[in-house]
Design a protein around this ligand. Sequence first.
Ligand code: AMP
Ligand code: MG
Length: 416
Amino acid sequence: MHLELLTIGDELLLGFTVDTNGAHIARELATLGVGIVRRTSVSDDAEAITAAVREALDRTGAVITTGGLGPTADDLTRPAIAALFGRALRFDERHWERLREIWRERGRPGELPESNRVQAEVPEGADVLPNAHGTAPGLWLEDDRGRWVAMVPGVPREMRLMLAEQVIPRLRRRIPDHGAVIRSRAVRTTGVAESQLPGLLGEMARGVDGLTLAYLPSPSGVDLRLTARGLGPDAADAALERGIAKLHEAVSRYAYGRDDEDLAAVVLECCRAKGLRLALAESCTGGLLGARLTAIPRSSDVLLGGVIAYANAVKVEQLGVRPETLAAVGAVSQEVAREMATGARARLGSDIGVGITGIAGPGGAVEGKPVGHVCIAVDDRGTLRSLAGNFIGDRAEIRYRATQAALDMIRRSVEA
Ligand code: AMP
Ligand code: MG
């Protein structure tokens, strides 16, 4: 089954709201084997809504809309789609009573405002999709040719629940029982450029055993995502497992995890398995590495702590970085990163020390050290490794990329 999605709201077109509804609905339906073949966004404009729904119905005969079901003048989905179907809006007394009850049950002051009356207007022949979590009910409208529109609210929480409780059960009843699903799995890589991956993948660069392959770069690295279409659930899972294993082997040097695994969690697990403890010395990342590690539950059995060594004096006094080193090569150097890593390890009494020092920008670049130049060192039980990277992006991205590179150095060191 294929359908189209229409997200409605000025805020989406102005960029104030990111269309998370579209992403959520697409993911949920894919697991049922229902493909979204087109996503459209329109403003709160009756003509635009009508035109978009008409065109989508002509193409696929099945449409889900989100948004525009509220009680205010900019909520036009209900009348626009009712008019397109040639259905009059009928005020539904029972439904109005139900809305008033919800208002009282929630302990809201006074009575439900009269402006909410439009929410009790139901197009002739429509099914009302109850909203247990808000006032805007959804609607399901179908014409005599079996073409349908499901209208759900824009508020993400209400949309999610109505999708799960009302829309998906209706879709399941319509899906022919061949059971094909759309499923994806991913191998997560870091420290390798997107353009280097096809060379490593060879014949698999465009897909594996009929599974399609997507390259998804982000500040975390490049995810390689395989998607199975047209297989039943068990066959899809088995094919994906085999495909993922092949991909993983081809890029193993750079692969740190699967699906939505976080490198910080992977590093904690590697260290935990070997009984190793970590200490951090962070300059340009200002504690971001510590924050990423402590965001993972149970990190306390691996991470001892860290020093935010921003000023040179702190690098010297708290970590034992030598003033001569600072004077000779500057704070942003592999030498200082190494002394920070060793200092953190010694002062905090850990097995592994990590040092990060760099230029997060936008200012601060010097000859030979551009914005994004970050030096990272790992002292793993006395074995010192360091690197200097030139990371791209704005300040936030450079800092994040630096933590990702540091985590990857720890992972490689521990796994070596
Ligand atoms: P509405 O149902 O159109 O009154 O939308 C209510 C609120 O839901 C809006 O103010 C947005 O904050 C949010 N919203 C609407 N559409 C979306 C969407 N496609 N993705 C995420 N949030 C949305
Ligand atoms: Mg709206």
